[in-house]
Write a protein that binds this ligand. Sequence first.
Ligand SMILES: [Fe+2]
Length: 606
Amino acid sequence: MLRRQFIQSGLVLGATLPSLVACMGKDGSSSPRDTVRANTTPAREVDPKLAPNAFPYGVASGDPEADKVILWTAIKPRNDSVDAVPLRLEYVLSPNRLKNEADWAALFTPNATRQLGEFLALKARDFTVKIDLGNVALYEDVRFAVGQVSALPAAQFIYYRFVAGSQVSRIGRAKTQPALSTPKANLSAQFAVASCSNLPEGFFSVYDMISQVDGLDFVLHLGDYLYEYGEDEYGDGSALVRNGVDRVPEPATEMVTAKDYMLRHAQYKRDPELQRLHAQFPMICVWDDHEFTNDTYRDGAENHTEGEEGTWAERSANSLRAYFNWMPLREQFSRLSTGLRPDPREVIYRRIRVAGLMDLIMLDTRYIGRDKQAATPGVDPDRFNPNRSLLGQAQREWLQLQLLLAKNEGAVWTFLGQQVMFGQLNLVELPQIQALGQKLLGNIAAVNMDQWDGYVAERDRIRQFVKTIGLENLVVLTGDIHTSWAIELYENPLLLLGGALEKPFGVELVTPSVTSPGFPDGVAEVVSAAIPAANPHIRYNELKTKGFVLVNLNADRMLAQWRYAANIKDPAQIGVENVAMRKTFEVLAGTNKLIAVTESALPLPG
Ligand SMILES: [Fe+2]
């Protein structure tokens, strides 16, 4: 099917399809090739289609490449009778990073401002709009009433806002990646890694800490961006009140229906810290289980009751549709011709290149190809079954191709941005831990069957492929388990206990959660201290504190720094870091070894 037909059919179906809708001029003509200059914003007037505050969800950007970036917003219509709201994009290109949001508005002078539109925010897409700015191929058969799409310049900042009727959104800032031809010696990158942000569990202090970091190129969100539970099922939102607003989930019951998923996404997008984070930096995101429901796999989930909560097919489709509408990720239209499975509307695995410095391969280990988890508590031999898959065959073959491309095209570092812990975690031989009992251990089992440990053959296939092609500097980035880990990746880490000297084939950085709980006080310390005895490849763990990982790299070395929030329950401490807890590791290119450092040659952003 041609792209245009796809777009049109998407509108008819109202499914998880591209949101861009370009309107031609009234006479069917396109605008002149020269960029149309912005007029002054019209005086505020009552618009029959718009709520008094039409942009309560802010703006977001995502999936930045050297020539394009996704820009997103959502509109609040005046009432239920509205089906579509026209709006246009205004943006300014600049080589300059302006730190203070207060300075951004001054950039929108008539001469500097470019316009594009109009676009339609459709009820069928929850009144969200997603524009792939700079993606010339996507728009080649589309003409706009105002402005035109041309490829974006590399390494540029894009300051952007949306205009609907007389109302203007807040301003966001995005940034394109450096040109592929940039010499490696001139390249560096800085980004934050986050996961597991449960709204009724705490304030998003960690997001505010990330927003304070100057000089980030983008933020990776590895999933559990939102949670499905009702009030008091996983956090008491009524106990967290700021400026008269509590954090009770909307709806107050578990999200199951299409409307539930939409309302929950909309609520998260109104959170001030999350909204500011999106305005500050492009996000590169993947889902984990809670964007669906707990412990999702391809054909179901632990927290789904077939029949009582509808069919899994319906529920997962509700989740997918909401995710694609509300998250600023590029939708994978190019896969359309490959047949029904994987359905292109389910594909989030993708590759983003940061010139020759790093390849970022984002994976879906959660949904598209995952076989049901083996039985707990970890003795089920099915975890070694070579026929069980975490990625699915199509994604695994795609991943192998991307790894080969990364190798052949000379990326210094290859990152896998994904959901569940890749390295082995052995708690079986630790009596101190088993004595605590399974209840206290929470989501860390003796062997966690939800992680790659539950899909051993799949992990072996990836490791063998990396070794076979001689890929250097593999870095796995992980979320999901609400705890911090720095891991060297070995085929058999237990051999290290016998004094074996083996070069690791990569490292893994596991980010703690934004708010979701880890281990309780007391238990966290006991488990943390016991882990190294049976896990010599695990160089660091911290099991209860909320935070994120800051990554900074150039062609010679990578720094990873864990940063922690002082308090997520007290609104007066939003954005306050517990600086004494910072933990930093350095990886020199070519080593795959984690070295704890207190000072480093590479500056970390303040
Ligand atoms: Fe989580």
